[in-house]
Design a protein around this ligand. Sequence first.
Ligand SMILES: NC(=O)c1ccc[n+]([C@@H]2O[C@H](COP(=O)([O-])OP(=O)(O)OC[C@H]3O[C@@H](n4cnc5c(N)ncnc54)[C@H](OP(=O)(O)O)[C@@H]3O)[C@@H](O)[C@H]2O)c1
Length: 346
Amino acid sequence: MTLAYRPLGHSGLQVSELALGTVTFGREASEADSRLILDRFLDAGGNLVDTANVYGVSEDILGRVLRGRRSRVLLATKVGQPVGGPNGEGVSRRHIHEAIDSSLRRLDTDWIDLYHIHCWDPATPLEETLSTLNDLVRTGKVRYLGVSNFAGWQLAKAIGVAARAGWEPIVSLTPQYSLVERGVERELLPACRSEGVAVLPWSPLGGGILTGKYGPGPDLPADTRATGWTNNTASMLRRLQDERNHVIADVVKQVAGDTGHSPAQVALNWLLHRDGVTAPILGARTVAQLEDNLGAAGWSLDPEHVTSLDDASQIALGYPYDWDASYGIRQGSKPDRAFEPERTAP
Ligand SMILES: NC(=O)c1ccc[n+]([C@@H]2O[C@H](COP(=O)([O-])OP(=O)(O)OC[C@H]3O[C@@H](n4cnc5c(N)ncnc54)[C@H](OP(=O)(O)O)[C@@H]3O)[C@@H](O)[C@H]2O)c1
């Protein structure tokens, strides 16, 4: 199985339809296992690898395991979350320059392919941030720019400010998006479709709840994110307390039973085919998990199965989105730019 490639929004880049997240590198996965995970991803044709300056030793490990083959991957990293000190967070000019140089050193590379603002910084003028990021592209330290965890208005404002000033555009958004978290469908997905911004969903398996391994009871399977002591454990335990998530996970399991695919493959396949999604960012602790997850590509769910997953995971849109859907004009037309068709690797 070879992954297909999709355009990264309106940039000239082609990225694999599944990206590899590396928050587990050096945390739940040893360096040796991290290397095996990366090897398997590259063998499958994957080329987009996501990390961040705040993922512990993930950047350091990537720097080592990519030595001698850096040019095979598109490296995405992030800036913005706290690393310590009064100026060690956000996206001020000072912190961006400090953070990019630290990431380049840890990753043992001269350039970052895709640099994401990790989250909105209310304390820094957007002009300061975007002009600094524009300089990074001009000097060659960074090739493309993206944002993560932005609200719709923040994304629209960033796109507008950059366009008005003639600075490098925002080409990608990386939001949380999965069957258990569909909030992006209200505002962000339509914005990205309209503006040609790539969507790279994180936590596509809801941290593991969509893999079929968690039941509704208090007994948690050993060696999982829910029983570990990582930054993600608290959010995982919160997800497991929400009855709605177990209802969705049960439907995923039913569809898996019907189709002969694993629950993880079903959940990822649903996401992979959402209009506007470019490449879900896979999370894996082991090579076996990655192998399972790679099996999400290369096939499509039947429309009836998509409908049952849609129905089980539906969210209330709220005003004005529900008003638009009922009363808005030209509902039948589709003015948003269509995404280009997928290309398969030669
Ligand atoms: N931009 C942001 O703010 C942001 C935030 C979070 C993450 N991210 C990125 O997104 C990536 C993915 O996020 P995520 O790790 O939360 O993704 P996820 O796919 O929702 O969860 C991954 C976890 O689920 C379990 N799992 C995965 N595949 C499985 C399978 N086939 N069978 C059984 N269990 C399986 C593993 O945990 P256990 O086996 O330990 O249970 C794995 O670590 C991260 O690596 C990171 O690069 C970005």
